[in-house]
Design a protein around this ligand. Structure first.
Ligand code: B12
Length: 221
């Protein structure tokens, strides 16, 4: 059922035709597809198809990369606003991209998945310093700091996860606040999360939400 939407949507995005991409989503909604299904069954799979295409086809240019991210982010944002409001929030996550990193799409997808699992999300945005993550987690009484990094140097850099870990240690917060990371570099090196001092990582938004949900529940027991 979703395959036709995914193909039509991807064709439009690949042609950098934002209007058409949005029309595909609009007609899916009109035909009874829910906002949650749009994100999890159309947008996320279509991004995966598109990313695979970008890797195989060297002719795809930066504009296409950019538009893929922009259109998907816009649709995701629109759908998130239409998600049924969760009845019971189980915990809170502070999320942002690491210092120097402006790649926001993965983070946005993780946010959507978290919301669908009754987790409150406070988005600090992109290019976030380590102190800001820790200060926000304390101020907002969050159980999890989630850092998205799409580049190797922002995943491993001094202002990233490593510094968040040392701040948590310094401030005796390690029992209260868990650190979860994700993004392309972690998918290539499955031990990288350990090297940057994180408690856990996930390769995609759906797994990220499951892991974070579990960490919050573990903290309650
Ligand atoms: C789109 C894109 C851009 C867009 C970003 C737009 C935006 N608003 O996000 C633009 C064009 C702006 C851009 C800019 C740059 N980019 Co760029 N970009 C990409 C591209 C093509 C896709 C990234 C993406 O959106 N992926 C899709 C999302 C859905 O995947 P994801 O982020 O991995 O997220 C999933 C998981 O990782 C996980 N996840 C993500 N975050 C988190 C967080 C947590 C806590 C958890 C648990 C899980 C999790 O769940 C997500 C959803 O399933 C990648 C190449 C690629 N194939 O990945 C290059 C790539 C990341 N970019 C790269 C580079 C070099 C750059 C630039 C430096 C280019 C330049 N010369 O200017 C700049 C850097 C800007 C900056 N300072 O950040 C390199 C990085 C190389 C490296 N080794 O570090 C890549 C790998 C391309 C390449 N092959 O060279 N880029």
């Amino acid at each position: 059922m979703f395959e036709t939407y995914i193909n039509d949507y991807n064709e439009a995005v690949f042609e950098i035709d934002k209007e058409l991409a949005l029309e595909v989503i609009e007609s899916a909604l009109e035909e009874g597809v829910t906002p949650e299904q749009v994100v999890f069954n159309i947008i996320i799979p279509s991004i995966e198809v598109m990313m695979a295409e970008i890797v195989i086809n060297a002719d795809t240019n930066l504009a296409q990369h950019f538009m893929t991210a922009q259109i998907a982010a816009e649709v995701t944002e629109q759908m998130l606003a239409k998600f049924e409001s969760p009845p019971d929030i189980i915990g809170r996550v502070i999320i942002g991209t690491s210092y120097g990193d402006l790649h926001s799409l993965g983070k946005r997808i993780v946010m959507g998945c978290l919301k669908s699992m009754m987790v409150d999300v406070v988005d600090l945005g992109v290019n976030i310093k380590a102190e800001a993550f820790v200060d926000a987690a304390v101020a907002q009484d969050a159980q999890i700091i989630a850092i998205s990094s799409m580049m190797v140097h922002t995943a491993t850099g001094e202002e990233g996860s490593l510094k968040v870990r040392s701040l948590l240690k310094e401030r005796h917060l390690e029992d209260k606040i868990k650190l979860v990371v994700g993004g392309a570099p972690y998918r290539f090196d499955h031990e990288l999360y350990n090297k940057v001092g994180a408690d856990s990582w996930a390769a995609d938004g759906v797994t990220a939400a499951k892991i974070i949900h579990q960490l919050i529940m573990d903290g309650k027991s």
